[in-house]
Design a protein around this ligand. Structure first.
Ligand SMILES: Nc1ncnc2c1ncn2[C@@H]1O[C@H](COP(=O)(O)OP(=O)(O)O)[C@@H](O)[C@H]1O
Ligand SMILES: [Mg+2]
Length: 308
């Protein structure tokens, strides 16, 4: 991930009180955003924000609002996340598409590509409805997602959690907030699947969860439990650096257990403790090994564009 040092959003907006003039307020739009300008969906491209493994994100302006535009990379340029465990049980429009996707034909790959990209928009709407703090989607057109730009107190693009240092009390508060978000997501039937300090922004009103194209259906995906545990463990490891007592908690198993028993709700009080049954086979560990091997294989095929 490369962070582009450029003028801040505030400086690009000369109409803001106290804003200084940026030397290059607007950049030449990349080809994929040019057509959105021609159609009047956005006015200008301010700057490139990030170019990650899966997408390139730009700051754009429309009327007097600042949004961001996420342009998805082609499947061949992406990493492992379109692997089997994420796409399993993903809904497509018709059975012809499903068959083509299974065979790996060009039409199938295009259908898989479209399903992958629109999955993020679907998840954003679904999670916003469930009260989860995610960026507000504005539009999704020609493989470009236009959405709210999450900002910090100064109006600049918000930092990722990975870019900040926290006091122990802040770490505890954000950890608790994000666990509640994970619970809300699971109650809405969604597991993020790639939740970490790289996909959480620290906005002016608190943490905001981003980057959802790989979100999986909690009920229909056999890897959902493993992904939920991984997401929650990522939160524990990150916040545990600042508040070490968090490293002793086991919220992931507790949340999944309540979910499976139909007892999970956003009002639930979590203890952070979970008693594992003695002598039980470590099924989730075995499944994780199998799942990882499958994901690796799928990623390899994807890179080489082999039919499945
Ligand atoms: N809505 C947003 N507001 C502010 N910054 C964003 C937003 N969406 C993405 N970003 C920035 O762009 C980066 C890449 O976006 P992300 O959705 O995580 O794509 P990738 O799949 O490439 O990781 C993020 O780490 C974040 O810094
Ligand atoms: Mg990301």
């Amino acid at each position: 991930m490369f962070l582009f040092p450029a003028c801040s959003i505030a400086t690009a907006d000369a109409s803001r009180p106290g804003a200084t003039q940026c030397k290059i307020p607007f950049m030449k739009p990349p080809a994929r955003l040019q057509s959105l300008i021609e159609e009047g969906l956005i006015d200008t491209v301010v700057r490139q924000l990030m170019s990650g493994k899966e997408a390139t994100v730009y700051v754009v302006r429309r009327a007097n609002e600042t949004w961001c535009a996420k342009i998805y990379k082609e499947a061949t340029q992406r990493s492992f996340r379109q692997a089997v465990d994420y796409t399993e049980n993903r809904k497509v429009k018709n059975s012809r598409q499903a068959r083509a996707m299974a065979k790996g034909t060009r039409f199938g790959r295009e259908a898989a590509e479209a399903a992958w990209q629109s999955a993020e928009v679907d998840a954003l709407y679904r999670l916003a409805d469930a009260g989860v703090r995610v960026p507000k989607p504005h539009n999704f057109i020609e493989g470009v997602l236009l959405m709210e730009l999450v900002t910090d107190a100064a109006g600049d693009a918000a930092p990722r959690l990975n870019d900040v240092t926290l006091e122990p009390a802040q770490a505890r508060t954000h950890h608790a907030t994000l666990l509640l978000e994970v619970v809300r997501m699971l109650c809405a039937g969604v597991v993020h699947g790639d939740l970490s300090e790289f996909n959480i922004l620290l906005g002016v009103d608190g943490p905001v969860i981003i980057d959802l194209p790989q979100a999986v259906d909690a009920a229909g995906n056999q890897h959902a439990q493993r992904m939920l545990l991984r997401d929650v463990n990522n939160l524990r490891s990150f916040f545990g650096q600042f508040a070490p007592e968090l490293l002793q908690t086991d919220y992931g198993h507790e949340i999944w257990d309540l979910y499976q028993r139909g007892l999970l709700s956003p009002e639930v009080t979590l203890s952070g403790r979970f008693t594992h049954k003695k002598g039980a086979v470590n099924v989730s560990g075995v499944l994780r090994e199998i799942g990882d091997a499958q994901a690796e294989e799928a990623a390899r095929r994807l890179r080489q564009q082999l039919p499945r």
